[in-house]
Design a protein around this ligand. Structure first.
Ligand SMILES: [Zn+2]
Length: 93
């Protein structure tokens, strides 16, 4: 998990991930609750890693980004430049 931790620290802007997480987990378990229980950065990275999808839709313009394998948020949007995306569930291949 060392690479993941480095990616978390040096990679994508945290604010970007935080916004995406807020949308996806807004009705799920409380993030603070999980952090309080687990308390480790690795757990946060794991949650971010879970935020992968084979299809992302821009929340602003609806531009759809698809991939064969689950990918992280493809922001900024190629069309409008916004960074808010929503996952789109695709049927299994
Ligand atoms: Zn867009």
């Amino acid at each position: 998990m060392g690479n993941l931790r480095r990616g978390h620290l040096l990679g994508k802007p945290r604010s970007l991930l935080a916004q995406a997480r807020a949308r996806r987990y807004i009705s799920g378990m409380g993030e603070k609750q999980i952090i309080n229980r687990m308390g480790l950065p690795d757990r946060v990275v794991t949650r971010a890693e879970r935020l992968r999808s084979r299809a992302w839709m821009c929340s602003n313009c609806g531009d759809l980004t698809k991939a064969d394998e689950p990918i992280p948020v493809p922001s900024p949007c190629a069309k409008c430049g916004r960074i808010l995306f929503e996952t789109v569930d695709l049927p299994p291949q």
